[in-house]
Design a binder for this molecule. Structure first.
Ligand SMILES: Cc1cc2nc3c(=O)[nH]c(=O)nc-3n(C[C@H](O)[C@H](O)[C@H](O)COP(=O)(O)OP(=O)(O)OC[C@H]3O[C@@H](n4cnc5c(N)ncnc54)[C@H](O)[C@@H]3O)c2cc1C
Length: 581
């Protein structure tokens, strides 16, 4: 097996990964050899599809905005499960990150005097989301990629799939990678690694995310025995087009869009009178599903999906073309509906993984809930749970999280590499390499009777039906049983394509295996948490229960299945209070 050696591996090339690589490079004055390993072409990373913007207080004092208010909004939005010390780091640093992206060439929308404009987002008291039309992620990614291509110390391995994380005696050693173009298997060794591999929303079928959002990095950590945090909290974005799941950004409501039921009523007045359509996503999603369940929604005859309408007509063509051109274009192309003339049919879709790899406030990957970290391993972006979103993320806080912890982890990893000086890389035994090689060859040789895509479809259907916006204990237990059976079935799959060049059949099987592990973790944590908080709405326990459940869930993969323990939430200034909007 070929071995490639680096100082630092960045696993993932979205906004978190590229930001980390750039800051690590700058901190080391270019004297650090970095591999970016990414299963896609770097510029196809899911971050390119981020639409509405990035949060950060650019104009403190104006309209009474302040860093403290951004923190308060985020913590209240999280239903008090976010760690408040981490939130304080997020909000203090977010403005600096927006400025950084300005310097590297993001074309923010600006007002008449040239200041960066900020738009309203759900759960935010003040408009504080900077944006580049409704293609913010694309513009940020393009600027990052331009920077990176000028850095001679950074080597990007496009279309290379990491399938195993090697940690020995609490220390990161390397990752095993499948080259999708040739099926070559390589060991990448390094002193340090930053996992920035994105979220896992593809455990669901009806989702706003790319097909690549399969949570591989989270699953790799989990399979390596590392704990995950708060996996029960999956964000459902209220406004995804039916039947595709294509996102209509929250900015559409930030710009003034209405949600209407079939009686033409702006029903959010019954659920969040003061915020209306700009209540946090968990609340709006529950409101939509309640309307549909109470027969006040619409039904799409072809897909059978219930929906409500997002009406933008009153915003006018000029504003829509200036600030929301992409969603207009996508609605026309995919549905033949022009939001300038007609309301859009939408319902909640899986969108964001609030849980993830358990890290401390510096993004260090933890071994357990007792503050011991893996040496040389960090996680940043959506795959990591630091936790700033708690049980419900506010829109536009993810891009700030990716940027802030991209920088923090990049700087920390560079300092760690520097501290090791010229120490040689750890040896990896031939037995380990053989074992890892066999994982791929055995999978490729699979000749069972089960189609892996059927397993994936059944898992996604189960998650969509039983682990959606509202959950019941019976439904969750049923889901746990089905996922368990699917995991067993998966052992008997066949891989039809035995070829070496772009064997997507093989890659898909690796991804499905990861998704099954994460679906199991999500369902197990959801059964365990006997309260309703943020995105976890459990019908039998409809109230938040701070006495028993103001704590993070920590979940481990064990021989018997899933092990759960807890970690206290860090409260600094904001005592939990009723969450009313
Ligand atoms: C449609 C949409 C719009 C959004 N809009 C906004 C917004 O306006 N504002 C906001 O704050 N948030 C938004 N979000 C959320 C936000 O876009 C994401 O949370 C964020 O972009 C995640 O970035 P990331 O760098 O963590 O990971 P990603 O951008 O998902 O990148 C993951 C990377 O990991 C790599 N990878 C994964 N698995 C492997 C593997 N096995 N081997 C090798 N490489 C691997 C991938 O190739 C990719 O490069 C939106 C989400 C969606 C779905």
């Amino acid at each position: 097996m070929e071995t490639l050696d680096f100082d630092l591996i960045v696993l993932g090339s979205g906004i978190a990964g590229m930001t980390a690589a750039i800051h690590a490079t700058n901190a080391a004055n270019g004297g650090i050899k970095i591999a970016i390993v990414t299963k896609l072409h770097a510029m196809r990373s899911h971050s390119v599809s981020a639409e509405g913007g990035i949060s950060g207080v650019l104009y403190p004092g104006e309209a009474d905005d302040s860093i403290n208010l951004h923190a308060y909004d985020t913590i209240k939005g999280s239903d008090y499960l976010a760690d408040q010390d981490a939130v304080e780091i997020l909000v203090k640093n977010a403005p600096k990150e927006i400025e950084f992206f300005d310097h590297i060439g993001v074309s923010w929308n600006r007002d008449d005097v040239g200041r960066i404009q900020q738009r309203a987002f759900g759960g935010m008291s003040i408009p504080r989301t900077a944006f580049a039309q409704d293609r913010t992620g694309f513009f940020m990614m393009r600027a990052l990629y331009d920077e990176l291509t000028q850095m001679k110390n950074v080597f990007v391995f496009h279309e290379n799939f990491a399938y195993s994380l090697l940690i020995e005696r609490g220390r990161f050693k390397g990752i095993f990678v499948l080259d999708l173009a040739t099926r070559a298997i390589r060991l990448f060794r390094a002193k340090a690694c930053i996992i920035a591999s994105g979220g896992a929303s593809r455990v669901y079928d009806f989702t706003t995310t790319a097909h690549s959002s399969t949570g591989d990095g989270i699953a790799l950590a989990y399979k390596a025995g590392l704990p995950l945090k708060d996996m029960e909290f999956v964000q459902f974005h209220p406004t995804a087009l039916i039947p595709s799941g294509i996102l209509i950004t929250e900015a559409a409501r930030g710009e003034g869009g209405y949600l209407l039921n079939k009686d033409g009523k702006r029903f959010m007045e019954d659920y969040a009178k003061s915020k209306m359509e700009l209540a946090p996503r968990d609340i709006v999603s529950r409101a939509i599903i309640t309307e549909i369940d109470r027969k006040r929604g619409f039904k799409d005859e072809e897909s059978g999906l219930g929906y409500i309408q997002l009406d933008l007509r009153h915003l006018g063509r000029k504003l829509i073309d200036e600030r929301l051109p992409m969603i207009r274009d996508m609605s026309i192309k995919t549905l033949d509906v022009d939001p300038v003339k007609e309301p859009l049919p939408v319902r909640p879709a899986a969108h964001f993984t609030m849980g993830g790899i358990h890290t401390d406030i510096e993004g260090r990957v933890m071994i357990d809930e007792k503050k011991s970290a893996v040496q040389g391993l960090w996680a940043a972006g959506e795959c990591g749970c630091v936790s700033v979103h708690g049980s419900n993320r506010l829109g536009s806080n993810s891009l700030s999280q990716c940027s802030v912890w991209g920088r923090i982890t990049g700087l920390a990893a560079a300092a760690y590499v520097d501290s090791l000086g010229g120490a040689p890389l750890d040896k990896v035994s031939a037995d380990t390499c053989k074992r890892e090689e066999l994982k791929i060859t055995n999978l490729l040789d699979s000749d069972g009777s089960v189609n892996p895509y059927d397993v994936k479809a059944a898992m996604q259907k189960t998650m969509g039906e039983l682990v959606y916006v509202y959950r019941t204990l019976n439904g969750l237990r049923g889901a746990k049983k089905i996922i368990g059976e699917l995991k067993k079935k998966f052992k008997d799959i066949y891989i039809k394509d035995k070829g070496a060049v772009y064997n997507t059949n093989l890659r898909d099987a690796l991804e499905i295996d990861n998704l099954l592990e994460l679906a199991d973790a999500i369902v197990s944590c959801a059964i365990n948490r006997k309260e309703s908080r943020g995105a976890h709405a459990l019908v039998e326990y409809p109230k938040r229960d701070d006495t028993n459940w103001l704590k993070h869930t920590i979940v481990y993969k064990t021989h018997g299945g899933v092990g759960i323990s807890y970690l206290p939430v860090k409260i600094t200034k904001w005592k939990p209070e009723p969450r009313v909007y």
